[in-house]
Write a protein that binds this ligand. Structure first.
Ligand code: LLP
Length: 432
């Protein structure tokens, strides 16, 4: 079946800014032709445009500072927890949000300033909290009353030089807001496992105000991910403003990314305006505002490269099967995220409507349920744009897949920042 791309679709526009086509019509990522990257690193590979991440980080940091000077943009590192990415964002001066001990360890290894760490988690163990306190984490976000009990115990046992025995904390508030996003990535509603509803948040605040070991700096709110309108962000600020005046308000992350031609997420500036307009009306003028973008910081910087292994036609379908799939991109299986795709050596023009599928033993292992590909052949290189967020983080070894390398590109140069797993890696933890 012939399929025309959306006439308004600028295919290259979904790839990292600065992506071009070379003389032969092949995609050039960060100044490096996609076929050269595939030949050097093999497939599947996650290619990341370093310039795009840095530009995004500056846009967030500058945009926030221009609107609310006493502020900090913090990277929600769960979106891409690899040392090179931590290092890059720490270099750009961003704080780092870590969910638990593993991300905390990676952030510290990458040289992040502990004072800029925001430690999250709905089930932080005592061991993880101790690691955070001992590392001098600038902020720990209290998700439940057990966090308070554990932290008070830890601070009683630990004379911590960095904090002077006093740990700054925020209370995570669940404002009962339901953004229009996939249920599995909505966190602001009553029934979410994250945070405390307003009455319980008030109770936690009162308890923390009476604590001589924990310093209540303020409140935190995060209502979900891949949110494509600004209203829920404004509502979240209104909700936390009801809890009273604090020194710090952490407004979370959640801005959606443009995965398909049809997606029209708000710009960073529109998103910031929506929140800061409410903040100007309702929050204390001298308060500090933190934000924690994850997905929208890194999604558009990433491109996954695959090799076509098989093309099968029948029953009105064309299946183009590649050498990766749900082992390196779980977004489709978990959240039904839609991705576009192209043959990297001839990305533009008319194509055949194909089901781009992976190599895993699951029918749900689909990268794109319907995408036009131009004359797909075995051996072709396929590029899937906007794969920078949550793909590396959720990658796995299903069917013995070796997790792919992460390759940074910049100004015509390329370097692996994570190598491909080997079969020996697959056996490394096995104790025969
Ligand atoms: N802050 C907190 C407390 C969070 O839980 C999250 C994301 C963020 C910030 C960043 O949100 P973002 O800007 O990335 O939307 N694994 C899912 C996404 C889960 C998001 C979890 N929390 C996925 O693959 O889509």
């Amino acid at each position: 079946m012939a399929a025309q791309r959306d006439p308004g679709a600028d295919l290259v526009g979904l790839f990292p800014p600065g992506t071009t086509l070379d003389g032969s019509g092949a995609l050039v990522l960060g100044g490096v032709p996609a076929p050269e990257l595939a030949a050097t690193y093999g497939t599947p590979a996650l290619v990341v445009d370093e310039v795009a991440i840095r530009a995004r980080a500056r846009r967030y940091a500058d945009g926030l500072a221009a609107r609310w000077p006493n502020s900090r943009a913090t990277f929600a590192s769960k979106a891409f927890p690899c040392t090179a990415v931590y290092r890059l964002l720490a270099e750009e001066g961003l704080g780092i949000d870590v969910a638990g001990g593993g991300e905390l360890t990676l952030a510290l290894a990458a040289g992040a300033d502990p004072a800029g760490l925001v430690v999250h988690g709905n089930a932080k163990t005592e061991e993880e909290l101790r690691l955070a306190v001992e590392a001098g984490a600038g902020t720990i976000v209290v998700d439940n009353f057990d966090d308070i009990d554990k932290l008070e115990k830890i601070l009683r046992d630990t004379a911590n030089a960095t904090t002077g025995g006093e740990q700054p904390v925020l209370v995570r508030v669940t404002p009962d807001i339901r953004p229009d996003t996939h249920e599995a990535i909505s966190t602001g509603q009553n029934g979410s496992k994250f945070g405390l509803l307003l009455p319980q948040a008030r109770e936690a605040i009162a308890r923390l105000r009476g604590s001589d070991r924990l310093r209540l700096d303020g409140v935190h709110v995060h209502v979900g991910s891949q949110i494509l309108d600004t209203a829920p962000f404004a509502q979240a600020v209104e909700a936390v403003a009801e809890l009273g005046e604090f020194a710090v308000y952490d407004l979370g992350g959640g801005l959606g990314s443009r995965y398909t031609y049809a997606d029209r997420p708000p710009t960073v500036e529109e998103y910031l305006d929506a929140m800061i307009d409410v903040a100007r009306r309702l929050l204390p003028a001298d308060a500090r505002i933190l934000i924690e973008p994850g997905r929208s910081m890194v999604a558009e910087a990433g491109v996954s490269l695959y090799r076509v292994v098989s093309v099968k036609r029948g029953g009105g379908h064309t299946f183009v099967a590649v050498d990766g799939g749900m082992g390196d991109n779980l977004e489709v299986s978990l959240y039904q995220q839609r991705f576009e795709a192209a043959v990297a050596t001839r990305p533009t023009g008319e194509g055949e409507l194909c089901r781009l599928v992976g190599r895993h033993c699951e029918s749900g292992d689909t990268l794109s349920a319907g995408v036009p590909l131009q004359d797909p052949q075995v051996g072709d290189l396929i590029a899937v744009p906007v794969t920078g967020a949550y793909t590396y983080a959720l990658s796995n070894n299903y069917n013995g897949a070796r997790r792919p390398p992460v390759v940074f590109v910049k100004d015509g140069a390329h370097r692996a920042v994570v190598r491909r797993e080997t079969y020996a890696d697959l056996m490394r933890r096995d104790l025969p």
